[in-house]
Design a protein around this ligand. Sequence first.
Ligand SMILES: Cc1cc2nc3c(=O)[nH]c(=O)nc-3n(C[C@H](O)[C@H](O)[C@H](O)COP(=O)(O)OP(=O)(O)OC[C@H]3O[C@@H](n4cnc5c(N)ncnc54)[C@H](O)[C@@H]3O)c2cc1C
Length: 300
Amino acid sequence: MEFLPQFQLAPYTTWKIGGAADWAVQPTTVEEVQGACLWAKEKNLPITVISGGSNILVSDDGIVGLVILMNKLSGIANIQWKNNTLTCDCLAGTPKSELLKIFVKQRLSPAIFLAGLPGDVGGGVVMNAGIGHDIHPKEFCEITSWLEYVAWDEPNCPIVRVDGKEMKWSYRHTDGWGPGVIVRSGIHWQEEPQVDLLQRLKESNNRRIATQPLNMPSCGSVFKNPPGNKSGRLIEECGLKGFQIGGAQVSTLHGNFIVNTGAAKAADVMAVVQHVQKTVKEQKGILLEYEFKWFGRALK
Ligand SMILES: Cc1cc2nc3c(=O)[nH]c(=O)nc-3n(C[C@H](O)[C@H](O)[C@H](O)COP(=O)(O)OP(=O)(O)OC[C@H]3O[C@@H](n4cnc5c(N)ncnc54)[C@H](O)[C@@H]3O)c2cc1C
């Protein structure tokens, strides 16, 4: 396993923005994740975890310490039906699209919310990723049986297993595990195959294509939806669609997406984010909360 200095992170994010990690590593086994955590601990370096990079904004000045890139810890094992339940074990860096294929093949409902969700399974569990409208299931909390993480705070960085029922799931957030690196999770679904699954999948994909700027780099929704409301609608009602600073623009298609028009800096994105937040607070009285995670050195 190679520890790479001054590793450029922008290609590892869907926003295609950000500076370099002081150090980066791409483990391919669970043992290598443990080795990476021990390496950082010995050197007293902070650890940051990036998986699909589809919900993060990396500072233009990069990230201090070690970045563990999870995208090479990938694979699905033990796919089986037992007591009318489909189960499988996913390494954390497995693309969600690979898990999607299993549910599509079996014509099972989780395919609908997984379709079009970027990033990896580990990132999906951490973010409790899913879709807003009322379908069943609609989020990772409904399909995750357990997870295993490397506990970097404990001596020798052991692997700790947590049952899905012991975790605290909320809107775009998961608690009850960590701190550490999720390395594997158990996925299940217990309901009957759906005869109309492919048709519903097509409708769901078409909805995303029609409403989201999928041809431009972004992180998906920038703000969480406030209770009973939609951030995208509030932003649009404030006349902010198309608002731009530097290379960062509020999408003209979807108010809750900020797109990189080509050469956006993290500083541009943050300037747009703060302007949107301030304007919506002034006009609507609602303080929008970030959905994406900021990583790295503070902006000057
Ligand atoms: C076009 C587009 C559309 C999107 N649509 C949706 C949507 O409909 N619904 C939705 O919920 N999200 C959506 N997103 C956001 C994003 O795809 C999800 O939040 C996704 O689950 C993040 O997964 P990731 O692997 O990219 O995680 P990353 O962005 O790499 O990481 C996200 C967070 O999880 C942590 N993390 C990741 N992996 C691990 C691990 N193995 N161990 C410990 N911590 C870890 C990171 O440190 C970070 O804090 C969209 C994004 C884009 C670009």
